[in-house]
Design a protein around this ligand. Structure first.
Ligand code: UDP
Length: 384
């Protein structure tokens, strides 16, 4: 029997689930409070320069998951792109993630891979057996000097807390390499959509059974008109913050236009705490197959997310996790709603994981519909 679904948020999570359900013949409405689709992946051509801009900050697509890579390639021409990040620290430019070039430059050495490994091991604090915090993870795996040059200042600016208060999992995103490979990611597939991310999401949503309404905020009364709601807004917002607010970081971008090439690279990080921004993205370098005379850059500043701001990064400190447990308990009692995506499940998800989870959620939903079971509030491990 045909059902009516409401998807709140037009980012990857809801778009992917919407399409899967539309393909089964269900009637799906996707709403978004913003004037555009694609959530924080939204990209658009800058009018002054013609450059494709990642409006909510740099997004590089990378994955090991074949299903996700095949899926995205149905909706985009993925151009070859390798993210090679530089960082400026204490007056020098280094290569990130920490690799043999970084180590040799930093310690003024000409180490081989094995020598570099021994050197870093001699710097590492081996007394830390199971690192729990960001600081412990850094001290255990790269030692004090590299930690202070590359991670300490950046992390304080990015998260607004001491690295000793932050979880080790944040740093586990970054590899340390003992060769000259300066690819920021370890994944098998990496690329940049030729026509931007908005086009991908538009393609996913392009189905006769899907209606998209942008500039449309969710109202509780809408729930009555649908069999089920998929919510990709903040988990706590669904409950009108009745237990208090989960902590998020938001970003401010200071855009500037210049001639030619401003920094010679897509992303340059700033490791020093004295520099107020975390990184500068030069958007034309995300599309090296294009040529533009002018250039547009975004200086990125991170701060605590206030009620009226766009949430970007779930902070997940101990107090947030305790609150999360309570919200998850409430969510598990909620009816006719499923929580999805970075905000809906309050986790630091990359695009590929978001798409993977959305496809898996859709699989589970299909199964539940076939067997006439009630849809669940979560189809992912909430890790609480
Ligand atoms: N990080 C850092 N220095 C850097 C880059 C990253 O300390 O130059 C830390 C920082 O805490 C950051 C985390 O590593 O939040 C993950 O970095 P990633 O580049 O994956 O962040 P994203 O691009 O998702 O903001």
């Amino acid at each position: 029997m045909t059902k009516k679904f409401l998807m709140v948020g037009a980012g990857f999570s809801c778009a992917v689930i919407a399409r899967e359900l539309a393909l089964l013949g269900h009637e799906v409405t996707v709403i978004d409070k913003n004037k555009h689709i694609a959530g924080n992946c939204y990209s658009k051509r800058d009018e002054a320069t013609g450059i494709m801009v990642h409006v909510y900050g740099p997004h590089i697509f990378h994955t090991d998951n074949q299903r996700v890579w095949d899926y995205i390639n149905q909706f985009a021409t993925m151009m070859p792109f390798i993210n090679r990040v530089k960082t400026i620290s204490q007056g020098e430019v280094y290569s990130l993630p920490i690799n043999l070039h970084t180590i040799n430059q930093f310690f003024h050495k000409t180490c081989s891979p094995k020598e570099a490994k021994d050197l870093i091991e001699s710097k590492a604090d081996l007394s830390i057996e199971t690192p729990k915090t960001f600081e412990e993870q850094s001290l255990r795996f790269v030692g004090k000097e590299l930690y202070e040059a590359f991670f300490k200042g950046y992390t304080k600016k990015q998260w607004g807390f001491e690295p000793s208060e932050l979880p080790a999992s944040i740093l586990k995103r970054l590899p340390v390499r003992f060769n000259y490979d300066d690819n920021y990611f370890n994944h098998k597939y990496q690329g940049m959509p030729k026509d931007g991310y908005t086009e991908i999401v538009a393609g996913i949503l392009d189905h006769p059974n899907i209606t998209v309404q942008t500039n449309q905020a969710f109202e509780k009364r809408m729930q009555e008109e649908y069999d089920h709601v998929f919510w990709s807004g903040p988990l706590d917002a669904w409950f009108d913050f009745n237990l208090g607010r989960l902590g998020y970081r938001t970003l401010d971008f200071e855009a500037f236009v210049d001639e030619g090439d401003f920094q010679g690279n897509a992303v340059i990080n700033y490791g020093d705490e004295s520099v107020p921004y975390t990184r500068i993205s030069e958007h034309k370098h995300f599309a090296p197959w294009e040529t533009h005379e002018k250039t547009i850059c975004y200086k990125e500043f991170s701060r605590l997310c206030e009620p009226e701001d766009t949430p970007y990064y779930p902070i997940r400190l101990v107090k947030d996790k305790a609150l999360l447990v309570e919200y998850v308990a409430q969510a598990n009692q909620a009816d006719k709603v499923t929580f999805v995506g970075r905000l809906g499940t309050y986790r630091y998800l990359d695009m590929d994981v978001t798409i993977k989870e959305a496809l898996e959620t859709a699989d589970q939903v299909k199964l539940s519909l076939e067997t006439k079971q009630k849809l669940k509030p979560f189809y992912v491990d909430m890790g609480v």
